[in-house]
Design a protein around this ligand. Sequence first.
Ligand code: HEC
Length: 444
Amino acid sequence: MISAFINQIPVPKDIPLPLPMPEWVLIVVLVFSFLVHILFINLMIGSSILTFWYEIRGKKNNDFDRLAREIAATITVNKSLAVVFGVAPLLSINVLYTLYFYSANALTGNIWISIVPWVAVSFLLFYLHKYSWDRLSDNKPLHLSILGVGILSFLFIPFIFLTNINLMLFPEKWGEINGFFEAMTLPNVFPRYFHFITASMAITGFFLAWWFGRKQFKTEGVFNNLSKNWIRKQMLNLALIATGMQFIFGPLLFLTLPSQGITWTLFWVIMGGVTIAIIVMVQLWKLLNDEGHLLGKRFFIVAGMFVLLVAFMGTGRHLYRESTLQTHKEMMAERTAAHWEAVRLAHENLLLPPVDGDVAIAVPGQNLFQTNCAVCHAANTRLVGPAMAEVAQIYKDNLEGLKKWIKEPGRKRLDYPAMTGFPHLSDQQLTEVSKYLLQEQWND
Ligand code: HEC
């Protein structure tokens, strides 16, 4: 079974470059910088969806339009932070999982590259929407469409990322997957995506409850009827409902994960996350029923638990990736070792026959030959230049002719490139290397 499985997997050899830092540093950078990055992405997604929602409701009640506008103001700031914090995880995943990440990117080619225009289009649309609020105040359908298209194109980006990061975990599928759309059909792409979008809503609800609860935020003069408390409750409710929905998407995601990567450690880490999620929900519930203290101590405890929850899930995610790729990594290490062994043997075969006796005597001509000529000439095989056994024959009574050739080679064999000359060798060196060339028993 395992060998059948292994036979299907394309196994490249590893890139023989050492990591620029200790591996664990890169892993910590990857896991945590990614979480920070994704936090701001979550906020962007959640806020843009909420803006859309409240702007629609704003058609009937102007207060909602103002609320939408307040939320929209956070999108572009979060966008910039998301971009800045995206650099570290992108670089570290490239370094840590070079072959996996690269293979998945190459397999999803055009769509992968299309992230660049998608990002540009959606960011520009978000700005356009933000700055055309007044100008388009009597053309709401257009204003809403700008945001709507912005959201849709933006929502496509995490989907592409996620499909790729998922494909990366299935080297055994690389042989069959023909592009992005097939990669999309791998078992857990959609549960992952919904898990992610729902998390965005939960985190945004929580963030906005804080945002609109700040002392600096004044409702007077902004809203006619909406109170601070009402807004905060709405946002906390959103956080609560979205967290609750994760009890559907979470297990769905877990159950569609290919079982080969599931370990007990992973299971317990996830269970830890689930436990925290339950506590978060209970605390949120209490918070919602504690009118006076919506932004009291409890709020910050819940915030801390949220961070912990995300850290657990982020760690689980990393553990899963590591254990899924374990077999493939081992196979790749084997393949790499075999490759280097083959390289070594090939080199040995090309090298000169040993000088008489066990101990290699350092003949000056031999050294010169090794450093200057052996890259192109082997004893009995054609490399870049002809075999030494062949050319030694030509010059066997013509030391001077040979010296002349080495110094300034002519053009002879049409099926070979031209040989570069060695005008910098002294006359003595030319004599030494030529003598060596003529005395050596190339045929042995
Ligand atoms: C960059 C590759 C390269 C290096 C380095 C190189 N050669 Fe050559 N050598 C060639 C090629 C190619 C030819 C065939 C050229 C041709 O026939 O026009 C050749 C041809 C020769 C010939 C045959 C000349 C003949 O008349 O047929 C001799 C002898 C020779 N090389 C000796 C040397 C020696 C000695 C060195 C080191 C000092 C050396 N080569 C370094 C590529 C190289």
